[in-house]
Design a protein around this ligand. Structure first.
Ligand code: NAD
Length: 275
């Protein structure tokens, strides 16, 4: 069974570099697919209040024979609770649905276009970390001005920013800001939400190693030191997506994939106008 290397965060904690994402997975599906993922070797699960499947994820964690301290559970604060008190209340509700007393990582899901609320929500996450109810705190879909504002307001740097990132949308400017502040980059939509798995250039690279295009893309994330959380509810794809620790891409492969970057390659919402 593949084991995922640990990734060190700026607060001293570690998390698996590859995890299992459950967006667009129902509670019923999550209760079985998360069990399949844990059996396949995944130890990190990425959910969110808005995914409406924290109960299914919690059920799978409770049913798993892997001890809680070997699992790394992430959930996220949704936009309707982006305030200090809202975040504290929403966090309690997430914990209850997950049947947990701590989560390993809590993220603000979107900064929002109004500019209101996310700084106060971040103060609440800092409080939750101080209280030991969350091991690590981070954000998602933040752009440099959002990141700078929460750092200036609290002095606390998020451990990571979970952003849309895949070969067709590589976010180089934002990654430079992350590197300057020791913020890890976590890729959502790492397979372009499935849109990249039929790409012929990636298939050609995969043939050199006996790997699929999805595996090539995931290897590219790992080789770039991104944390990555692919999603599938298909048990054989769940296994395929973690079977990426027995090869590495060479410099030519990396150059070919780097050349796929496209400023219009986004498949999800733009944080400048969403949330
Ligand atoms: P993804 O890039 O992981 O693509 C998932 C889709 O790709 C699947 O539904 C399936 O159709 C296809 N796929 C998966 N494995 C495959 C394989 N081996 N071969 C062929 N096709 C395959 O997209 P995603 O689900 O959007 O992103 C992953 C996770 O990131 C989510 O589940 C969620 O946890 C997180 N996420 C976060 C945000 C955010 O705003 N923070 C937004 C979207 C997703």
């Amino acid at each position: 069974m593949p084991t995922t290397p640990p990734f060190r965060l700026n607060d001293g904690n570690t998390m698996p570099q590859l995890g299992y994402g459950v967006w667009r997975v129902s509670n019923e599906e999550a209760a079985t697919s998360v069990v399949d993922a844990i059996k396949a070797g995944y130890r990190s699960i990425d959910t969110a209040a808005i995914y409406d499947n924290e109960e299914g994820v919690g059920k799978a964690i409770a049913a798993s024979d892997v001890p809680r301290n070997e699992l790394f559970i992430t959930t996220k604060l949704w936009n309707d609770n982006r305030s200090f008190d809202g975040a504290l209340t929403a966090f309690d509700q997430s914990l209850k649905r997950l049947r947990l007393d701590t989560v390993d990582l809590y993220l603000i899901h979107w900064p929002g276009v109004s500019g209101e609320g996310y700084v106060d929500a971040w103060r609440a996450l800092v409080r939750l970390k101080e209280e030991g109810r969350v091991k690590s705190i981070g954000v998602s879909n933040f752009m440099p001005p959002h990141l700078q504002r929460i750092i200036d307001a609290t002095g606390i740097v998020p451990v990571l920013n979970q952003i849309e990132l895949h070969p067709r949308f590589q976010q180089k400017e934002l990654r430079t800001f992350h590197a300057q502040h020791d913020i890890a980059t976590e890729s959502w939509g790492p397979l372009g939400q499935g849109s990249l798995v039929a790409d012929e250039k990636l298939a050609a690279i995969g043939r050199k190693y006996g790997k699929t295009p999805a595996q090539v893309i995931l290897r590219w994330h790992l080789d770039n030191a991104f944390i990555v959380i692919p999603k599938s509810v298909n048990p054989s794809r769940i296994r395929e997506n973690i079977d990426v620790f027995d090869f590495a891409l060479d410099a030519d492969d990396m150059r070919i994939i780097e050349a796929m970057d496209d400023k219009d390659g986004r498949v999800g919402p733009d944080p400048a106008i969403f949330g």
